[in-house]
Design a protein. Structure first.
Length: 295
């Protein structure tokens, strides 16, 4: 999906990032909304930050790699003239999540992007259990805690947006990435339920379910990239554009790309579950390197 570039579309996106001035004195200048993006140091998270800045949002960006956060913040302040706050935090730890919860509690976050997460590949009985538990802490526990912190603030204001990043793996079991797919199944189910609960308060909760995306994810997961079909991959720009446009339209789920839609919505309905897991297992057994990426 291409990014809208017409002057009318750009103005529409800029207006999206302005706070409502109803009830304020006449002539009040609308303030920019603020978005908080986790896992913003690279890949989809960094692209969320870039596109939100282009739409006029001020930003809070967080990740473990402070040098990358600082570089991105400098880029966006210069190119987009927006405020960018950086927070170094490891969301796989309770202490790191508490820092971001406190930032959300300040009450000025209009959009939360729960993007931080990672995958680990290999046979479950052979991979590091500590690494698998870290995956649960980051992909599920941190996302749940931050969603709770944001929902409480947004409900009171009667508006706000949460985008939780799932995966096409949310829809199918994935042998050789068993824990990862299970965490993303949780993200999808949790987000759909929150969407239905929150809509009555004017809050939108959207689950983004991308397929293969050209980021560092494959290296961290330990994939053999040479065995992965490049034509199946999307760029993070198309994925993020679809997510932001879908959330703006109030969608509960966004699956970008025709092939990904087929994986998520067609194959699990047409094929019996044993066939789906067999196909998935054959694919991921081939690309699984059985090694672990950097934390």
């Amino acid at each position: 999906m291409a990014t809208e570039t017409t002057p009318k579309a750009k103005k529409k996106q800029k207006d999206e990032a302005l706070e409502d001035t109803a009830g304020q004195p006449n002539g009040a200048t609308p303030a920019r909304k603020r978005a908080l993006v986790t896992g913003a140091s690279s890949g989809i998270g960094a692209e969320f930050a870039r596109q939100l800045a282009a739409r006029g949002y001020n930003l809070v960006i967080t990740a473990r790699r402070k040098d990358r956060l600082d570089s991105l913040a400098s880029e966006l302040r210069h190119a987009r003239k927006v405020e960018v706050e950086t927070i170094e935090a490891d969301l796989a730890t309770s202490e790191g999540v508490s820092v971001i919860e406190s930032r959300i509690a300040s009450g000025d976050v209009a959009m939360l992007i729960n993007n931080a997460g990672f995958g680990n590949s290999g046979q479950f009985g052979e991979v590091s259990l500590d690494r698998e538990l870290e995956e649960l802490d980051l992909n599920i526990r941190a996302l749940t805690r931050l969603s709770h912190a944001a929902i409480r603030q947004m409900r009171e204001k009667g508006r706000g947006t949460i985008i939780n990043v799932g995966s096409t793996g949310s829809y199918v079991p994935v042998p050789y990435m068993a824990t990862y797919a299970a965490t993303k199944a949780y993200v999808l189910s949790f987000s759909e339920a929150l969407h239905e609960e929150a809509r009555q308060y004017g809050v939108v909760v959207t689950c983004l379910c991308p397929g293969g995306t050209t980021t560092e994810f494959q290296a961290v997961a330990g994939f053999d990239s040479d065995r992965m079909p490049r034509m199946a991959f999307q760029g993070p720009d198309a994925v993020v554009t679809a997510a932001l446009n879908g959330a703006r339209a109030g969608s509960a789920i966004v699956v970008p790309g025709f092939g990904n839609k087929a994986t998520a919505n067609v194959l699990p309905r047409l094929l019996p579950r044993f066939a789906v897991r067999k196909i998935s297992g054959n694919i991921f057994k081939r690309v699984s390197g059985g090694t672990y990426g950097p934390a």
